[in-house]
Design a protein around this ligand. Structure first.
Ligand code: ATP
Ligand code: MG
Length: 344
């Protein structure tokens, strides 16, 4: 029996942060460790999705490769035989299936997508048809491989539901063609990875750390030098309580630093908290946090530098060949179903 498919994608837009590492890269690597062997894991960069809103196109190609290198530097095993890493635009069936699905997707249902409403409301004139249509491309991304599980955040639930609707409608009209992905509740239960890790902004700990923030001091970038990282930690916003307590309510800045310290040092949170509880030397504490962050970055960046474009591209090309075969098979079924090709 062929293995069920888990499919997950990462967009490459801005430089990733320590929060992206802890909240996304590490869980993805853990998912590979947990599920490879039993499931096939499709990890792709949706490069065609990356310019639904304006970007700098001169860096897109390299950013896509760099993004994948971040995952490898985070521990993703490129050579795992159940894991396929690929770029969407290198598998043309994604675009072709999108067009066919477009013709079985209603304008009315697409107009209800809340993410389109939110993203288009701050852009006015520059809202593209691509931004409106991207959930159909996402449906194609999933349906081409018969993916059962698609670990996404809550912001993507609606797009997963429309994928199920489009696939069900198509199957009802033309007979069983697509595997229907699991419902969002079944997905959440299966993956159980959105356990709510939320690394805070260093300058405003009421907010989360975000890679698109224009406040450079709010975020540790994975490309930061030791000096930059240390300086950001030392100037992180804390409080006037005067003693260290793990307390999200009253001391979110200190608490966030305690969390970073525990996660990066691999110690249980309770042990780290016990070590610092009641200590009034915020400077000493920040120095300790800065030290683990700087050490982490040094190791991470060393691993990152070891990965060459050549070896990454070799793995991508091998995966992309396999994905073209798999995707073209589904596409042919669809082409037969709609009458573009003779029936088998
Ligand atoms: P942007 O500001 O562009 O939205 P972002 O930093 O929020 O960037 P996303 O691209 O939206 O990053 O999300 C990438 C991944 O990083 C997601 O899996 C998301 O859950 C995770 N992530 C983002 N911010 C945090 C955070 N502060 N703590 C933990 N995980 C995070
Ligand atoms: Mg975000």
């Amino acid at each position: 029996m062929t293995k069920q498919v888990i499919l997950t994608g990462i967009r490459s837009n801005e430089e990733p942060t320590l929060a992206n590492y802890l909240g996304a890269f590490v869980p993805m690597v853990e998912m590979q460790k947990k599920f490879a062997g039993k499931y096939q894991i499709n990890m792709f960069v949706p490069d065609l999705h990356s310019f639904t809103t304006p970007i700098d196109h001169s860096t897109l190609y390299q950013n896509t490769l760099n993004n994948l290198k971040y995952f490898v530097a985070s521990g993703l095993d490129m050579n795992n035989s159940d894991t396929f890493i690929y770029r969407q635009s290198f598998v043309p069936a994604h675009s072709e299936l999108t067009w066919i699905l477009d013709c079985f997707t209603y304008f009315g249902e697409m107009s209800r997508m809340t993410q389109f409403k939110e993203k288009s409301s701050d852009q006015n004139d520059s809202v593209t048809v691509g931004l409106f249509n991207y959930p159909v491309l996402m449906a194609a991304d999933i349906l081409l491989y018969g993916a059962k599980y698609v670990p996404v955040g809550e912001d993507q639930f609606q797009h997963l539901e429309i994928t199920r609707d489009i696939a069900t409608r198509f199957n009802n009209k033309f007979g069983e063609t697509f595997v229907i992905p699991e419902s969002t509740s079944a997905q959440t239960q299966f993956i159980n990875r959105d356990s709510g890790l939320r690394i805070r902004s260093l300058t405003n700990p009421a907010k989360k750390m975000s890679k698109s923030s224009t406040d450079d001091k709010s975020k540790i970038l994975l490309v930061d030098t030791p000096e930059e990282a240390k300086q950001k930690i030392m100037s992180a916003t804390t409080d006037s309580v005067g003693a260290i307590h793990f307390d999200w309510e009253n001391q979110p800045g200190i608490t966030s630093l305690l969390q970073i310290l525990a996660l990066l040092s691999g110690k249980p949170q309770a042990d780290v908290n016990a070590e610092w509880e009641g200590n009034d030397k915020y400077g000493t504490f920040k120095n300790a946090v800065a030290e683990v962050v700087v050490n982490f970055l040094a190791e991470f960046q060393a691993r990152y530098k070891m990965i060459t474009d050549e070896e990454l591209v070799a793995k991508l090309e091998a995966s992309e060949a396999a994905m073209n075969t798999a995707a073209n098979k589904t596409l042919l079924d669809v082409q037969r179903a709609v009458g573009l090709r003779p029936k088998a």
